[in-house]
Design a protein around this ligand. Structure first.
Ligand code: SF4
Ligand code: SF4
Length: 373
């Protein structure tokens, strides 16, 4: 691992995002996981993860997010949650819910899970099953939501929205209310990894987006603080990008299934990086000394027009992975910004988006052997 002198005032990451597996029983066309997935044989073992969790607590991490793929594909999930809870980490499970049966829910509740984020592909069984590629998947999710609420674990319902389902946002919010969600998240597709392949069929129209945004506003006014509704304008339609991940190497650390430490889950797509592994380097040494984490940390790397822009401290020039995916260079202004010399690429993508019906489902499988593309 290339090591640089740590910044004197470097705060520890707030969150560790533990991608404990890429395996998944669903096949969402909007999946933003990388094109090349890590196979089950390459996954970190239980003892590795237990050590990583201890290192996270020692480093000062507060939140531990278990994600994937589908974290419930691993049998040791409850063991990992229990260990994190004992170390006073706030634990969040991000799941599709289709494997969250009574036994799994009981094990997680006993282990001390603090929060579960449950994703739905749509609001009706037929559409949800078609989008997730699993017959009966929607019904299993409904049952999972009921189990989470019965176990008194706070539930966030997550809907990834795109051209094919964005018109049903009011029904999504109504479903969240009905299921007893304590929070609802309406998330636009992030065009990384597999989702980028399907972008032309997933991007909504400007008209759809305007109606959707107004619908969220109305729901927020009605629900107030009783059920917060999280929603942000998608990058492609915003005039300025967001500070991706709260800033490269600033607030979060992502660990891939095989143990690669990344500033965000899409960063693996960037060439010219030597991302360290938690198999041979401690989290603290990675956070404080890795050249890969330092390269885009802060604003020193920023090119024009960001360098002389008043918004730089707020958005940090946007997303490095998006800049690379759209321009071939990670160190350029995010093309989502209207000031970027590459903004025409985003405008063109919107213009090229068609009401196509040729979505390529992501097929991953639960055994890590299925084709990645
Ligand atoms: S296929 Fe769907 S549920 Fe599985 S990891 Fe991708 S987005 Fe998540
Ligand atoms: S030019 Fe750079 S800093 Fe300014 S708004 Fe755009 S992305 Fe942000």
């Amino acid at each position: 691992m290339a090591v640089t002198a740590p910044a004197a005032t470097l705060e520890p990451p707030v969150a560790l995002i533990a991608e404990i597996t890429h395996r998944c029983p669903l096949s969402c066309a909007y999946c933003s996981n990388p094109l090349e997935l890590e196979r089950s044989a390459a996954e970190l073992g239980t003892s590795d993860w237990l050590r990583v969790i201890e290192e996270a607590a020692a480093l000062g991490v507060l939140h531990l997010h278990f994600t994937g793929g589908e974290p419930l594909a691993r049998r040791d999930l409850a063991t990992l949650v229990r260990h994190a809870a004992a170390l006073q980490l706030y634990t969040n499970l991000i799941t599709s819910g289709v494997q969250l049966d009574d036994r799994a829910m009981l094990a997680l509740a006993e282990a001390g899970i603090d929060h579960i984020q449950l994703s739905f592909q749509d609001v009706e069984p037929e559409r949800g099953d078609a989008s997730g590629g699993l017959k009966g998947g929607h019904a299993r999710k409904l049952a999972a939501a009921a189990r989470i609420v019965a176990a008194q674990v706070p539930l966030t319902l997550n809907f990834v929205v795109h051209r094919g389902n964005i018109d049903r946002i009011p029904a999504m919010i109504a479903l969240g209310e009905r299921l007893g969600a304590s929070r609802i998240e309406i998330a636009h597709v992030q065009y990384h990894g597999w989702a980028l392949l399907n972008r032309a069929s997933l991007l909504p129209t400007a008209e759809q987006l305007a109606v959707a945004t107004a619908g969220v506003g109305a729901a927020r006014a009605r629900l107030g603080s009783r059920i917060p509704v999280d929603y942000v304008l998608p990058d492609y339609f915003a005039t300025r990008p967001k500070a991706c991940m709260g800033g490269w190497g600033r607030r979060a650390m992502n660990i891939s299934p095989s143990g690669k430490a990344l500033p965000c889950h899409a960063a693996e797509s960037l060439p010219g990086f030597d991302f360290p592994s938690v198999r041979d380097t401690s989290l603290g040494a990675i956070w404080n000394g890795s050249e890969a984490f330092a390269r885009f940390r802060g604003t020193d790397w920023a090119p024009e027009p960001c360098r002389s822009c008043k918004h730089l401290e707020a958005d940090l020039g946007g997303c490095r992975c998006q800049a690379f995916a759209l321009t071939g260079e990670a160190a350029r202004t995010d093309p989502a910004c209207k000031l970027s010399p590459d903004h025409h690429i985003v405008r063109q993508a919107i213009a090229d988006a068609v009401a196509a019906n040729d979505l390529q489902p992501r097929r991953i499988g639960l055994f890590g052997r299925a084709a990645t593309r």
